[in-house]
Design a binder for this molecule. Structure first.
Ligand SMILES: Nc1ncnc2c1ncn2[C@@H]1O[C@H](COP(=O)(O)OP(=O)(O)OP(=O)(O)O)[C@@H](O)[C@H]1O
Length: 471
């Protein structure tokens, strides 16, 4: 992969994901599995009480979940979606009270209908729980062989999904397995649910090292991205012949641009399409979107420093276009005394990448500087600010609304509020950003360089969910 980390599909992110494992210094190289914890006390995970002891966010969430126009709205409750009792217990252990729209729509199709599924819903609206519950529910725990496979575009996302499955399935006898390079996996896989990246999973299915004899369901998470990865459509076509009849294929993403329709048709036959969004519906309402004109490329780093000099709350992610920018910003911010994690795809071992994301998730660092490698799927609810240090571009240098949506979608998770601030520095970058804003039908509010101080107040207001914003 070139120094530019656009994670464009033509730059083979799957190879980049899978091929940096020559120097395997991963200490924890055992297969990552979980044992069931069926002996947990029953009453420990009862359905969360309605409205009891809810904090301000809980109350706001209840209001949103009762609004038919919200993507978090549902008519049914989890008990009506056909889930097995031990999985319902897992849902309660996660603290979920009511399903979101996508969970309510997708789960009955996964559980009861023979159809394949294409499911689209805005970032942070609970797609992961929808497909993880679907996978767990379709597995027969008495058969010790892979029955459900989830393919994720990056190792970080595969790990995150593995953790969600482990937690939500903790009361079942189902053992998930993280299936990525640099983590040793057993020769004869007996785990029922496999989560991994395309390179490792598809290659090993083709080589018949990962058996698909008992497979019932395949999920492509961030499907529009995965189907455009180099080699993936060919590999999937090869695998199709090995799969048992009636394997259910489910595609999930917040975005399905027109360009991927044809590729998807080749992979999924006669899908049931659950919730497709219009362009104007793609952006999450509770993300307050701003831009700032930094005046020149050189000024961008100074303005970033100023911002971190002023803000005192929450965690944030800074997205840049190249590894070189990521490294130099990281160095600058560390020298200014900030606690910063740095994550990109190329050259870092899996262990290093997982450490960077873990430090950030654990709150050990306040800022994460990254490339598009982390733009999709990563769920860190306490993040309240995303900074687009560089305007998101596609592999040809054109403004990319899809990257933009996924990047800013790291805030505004499941009804929370968040701020997305995009930097521009000249007419060209301004035009590119405005092109994205027009395409999505979302106006961006200008924050003047002299108003940077007010960002702290905006973030505090969002954090408390009380101070109304004037946009
Ligand atoms: N029914 C629910 N009630 C409360 N919280 C939920 C519910 N379902 C999911 N969540 C939480 O919402 C957050 C976002 O969910 P998730 O990561 O699945 O979103 P997503 O739609 O997959 O987002 P993305 O498009 O960015 O991948 C997570 O923290 C998850 O635990």
């Amino acid at each position: 992969m070139s120094e530019k980390e656009t994670t464009s599909t033509n730059t083979e992110p799957n190879k980049e994901e899978e091929n940096n494992n020559n120097n395997n210094n991963n200490k924890n190289n055992n297969a990552t599995t979980t044992e069931s914890t069926n002996n947990a006390v029953d009453e420990e995970y009862e359905k969360p009480g309605k409205s009891e002891g809810l904090d301000e966010f809980g109350i706001q969430l209840e209001i949103q979940q009762s609004d038919p126009n919200s993507p978090l709205y549902s008519v049914k409750n989890f008990e009506e979606l056909g889930l097995r009792p031990e999985l319902l217990k897992g849902v309660y252990a996660m603290g979920y009270n009511k399903p979101s729209k996508i969970q309510e729509a997708a789960l009955p199709i996964i559980i009861q209908s023979p159809n394949n599924l294409i499911a689209q819903s805005q970032s942070g609206t609970g797609k992961t729980a929808a497909f993880t519950l679907g996978m767990l529910n379709c597995v027969d725990p008495s058969i010790n062989a892979p029955q459900a496979i989830c393919i994720s575009p990056t190792k970080e996302l595969a790990l995150q999904t593995f953790e969600v499955i482990s937690k939500i399935g903790q009361f079942s006898n189902i053992k998930p397995l993280l299936y990525i390079s640099e983590i040793e996996v057993p020769k004869n896989v007996t785990n029922q649910v496999i989560i991994g990246t395309p390179g490792k999973i598809l290659e090993n299915v083709i080589k018949k090292q990962l058996s698909v004899k008992f497979l019932k369901m395949v999920v492509l998470d961030e499907a529009d991205f995965i189907v455009r990865m180099k080699n993936v459509p060919n590999q999937i076509a090869m695998i199709n012949r090995l799969l048992p009849h009636n394997v259910k294929v489910c595609l999930f993403s917040a975005t399905f641009s027109m360009g991927v329709e044809e590729l998807i048709k080749k992979i999924v036959q006669d899908p049931h399409t659950s919730i497709r969004l219009k362009r104007q519906e793609l952006s999450v309402e509770k993300i307050h979107q701003y831009f700032i004109d930094c005046g020149s490329e050189d000024n961008k780093a100074l303005i970033l420093s100023d911002i971190y000099g002023f803000i005192s709350v929450g965690q944030s992610i800074v997205f840049v276009h190249t590894i070189a920018t990521a490294k130099s910003l990281h160095q600058k911010m560390v020298s200014e005394g900030h606690s910063v994690s740095l994550l990109y795809g190329k050259d870092l071992t899996t262990e290093e990448r997982f450490k960077q994301i873990k430090d950030f998730k654990d709150g050990k660092s306040k800022v994460l500087i990254t490339t598009n490698v982390l733009a999709r799927g990563i769920d860190i609810p306490q993040v309240s600010l995303v900074i687009n240090y560089d305007v998101p571009l596609d592999e040809t240098g054109k403004p990319d609304p899809v990257h933009y949506l996924h990047r800013i979608g790291r805030v505004g998770r499941f009804g929370r509020s968040g701020v997305a601030l995009s930097f521009v520095h000249d007419q060209q970058s301004t035009n590119k950003l405005m092109n994205i804003s027009t395409h999505l039908g979302v106006p961006l509010k200008e924050l003047k360089a002299s108003e940077i101080e007010s960002l702290d107040g905006i973030l505090k207001g969002i954090r408390n969910q009380l101070t109304p914003l004037n946009n």
